[in-house]
Design a binder for this molecule. Structure first.
Ligand SMILES: Cc1cc2nc3c(=O)[nH]c(=O)nc-3n(C[C@H](O)[C@H](O)[C@H](O)COP(=O)(O)OP(=O)(O)OC[C@H]3O[C@@H](n4cnc5c(N)ncnc54)[C@H](O)[C@@H]3O)c2cc1C
Length: 324
């Protein structure tokens, strides 16, 4: 049985992602209770000393051409080698599309227990207990892995980024022996979407529009500027996407993206169960809807009964004045 906590720290062209900082801060708190050190796992690049500022004592990395771009088999093998080197009791990872793809494979291979989509973590009886939403967010379950290695994925924005300021982490390269089939697919090129805002799944603020925006032009002139006024990422209901007002990449919900922002502003969205499934754990939900009986109001922290074509520009103006 291992000790300590290993945190998967994802990165992109701009550096390490905030999700890793959130998890390292929480891992430091949990490790103080369950024992052991906090180690960062880095795949696809070397280094990671700067992760010490957020609580990692050591950064174990698997780098090289085989890991430079994402592939399920190679990344599962890389994390397997890092787990073998760190021998942790718990692996924490963001509930990102990559982690959702390769971690179940690793869990099955290692015979580890896995808890997914946690929104809170606590230490109890020497174990990490994860709180996770169930039944499209209607209920929460507390789950822990009874024996052996625990692998837990956590939704972005579940924890604040700590103050930082810790000493540099000790960097250590881990060698990975790939096996036949690990590189069954190889990414030859990627195209970055031209956007300056955070991806929906990691966004701290989201402004979404529903079917009632009525056109792509009105989505672009109402929802996008309101989102831009607070540095939010634009989102949409499925009805809005199906009507062609917003691209599918903006869809929030059961068949879209699961989001967990601090602030979710829903404009002209009724609050169908399939939409709620994707945004119900948002910390603050603001709903703008003409119908006072719209189901979204049962879940909203703040509700505005009104026409979004009047309310959204007023909100935007107020936000812009605050930013100025
Ligand atoms: C298998 C399955 C999967 C699905 N997956 C998803 C999913 O991932 N995401 C998702 O969103 N949906 C999903 N849906 C669809 C879902 O059931 C709803 O149909 C959809 O969410 C409705 O979108 P909406 O709220 O924009 O539209 P509507 O339900 O039509 O609501 C429009 C709302 O706008 C309000 N309104 C009208 N005019 C104004 C105005 N001027 N100002 C303010 N408010 C106004 C109305 O009062 C109403 O509440 C799925 C459905 C199925 C069956």
């Amino acid at each position: 049985m291992g000790t300590g906590i290993l945190v998967l720290c994802e990165h992109d062209d701009r550096g390490f992602k905030k999700t890793g900082f959130e998890l390292l801060g929480k891992a430091s708190e949990l490790a103080a209770a369950i024992g052991g050190d906090v180690t960062a796992a880095v795949i696809g690049r070397a280094g990671g000393a700067e992760l010490g500022a957020h609580g990692a004592a050591t950064a174990l990395s698997a780098s090289g051409a085989d890991f430079a771009s994402y592939s399920t088999g190679a990344w599962a093998r890389a994390l397997q080698a890092i787990v073998a080197a760190a021998d942790p009791a718990v692996v924490l990872a963001p509930a990102s599309s990559r982690a959702k793809d390769f971690l179940p494979r690793l869990a099955a291979r290692l015979g580890a227990g896995m808890v997914t989509e946690a929104t809170d973590l606590r230490a109890e009886g020497g174990k990490v207990v994860a709180r996770r939403p169930m039944y499209a967010g209607k209920a929460f379950a507390d789950a822990h892995v009874a024996s052996g290695l625990a692998i837990i994925t956590v939704r972005p924005n579940s924890f604040p980024v700590g103050a930082g300021g810790g000493a540099a982490a000790t960097e250590q390269a881990v060698s990975v022996a790939l096996q036949d089939g690990d590189l069954a697919a190889r990414v030859v090129d990627t195209e970055q979407a031209a956007t300056s805002v955070a991806d929906l799944t990691e966004a701290e603020r989201i402004v979404s529009g529903g079917r009632s925006v009525k056109s792509k032009e009105q989505y672009d002139s109402l929802i996008r500027p309101l989102a831009a006024s607070i540095g939010a990422t634009p989102g949409a209901s499925r009805a809005c996407v199906d009507a062609g007002y917003a691209p599918h990449s903006h869809q929030v919900g059961q068949t879209g993206k699961v989001v967990n922002p601090s602030l979710y502003i829903a404009c002209g969205i009724s609050g169908a169960i399939q939409h709620l499934a994707g945004m119900r754990t948002s910390r603050i939900i603001v709903a703008v809807n003409t119908d006072p009986d719209a189901p979204i109001f049962q879940h909203a922290t703040y509700g505005i009964v009104g026409d979004m074509f009047e309310v959204a520009p007023m909100l935007r103006q107020a936000f812009e004045q605050l930013e100025a």
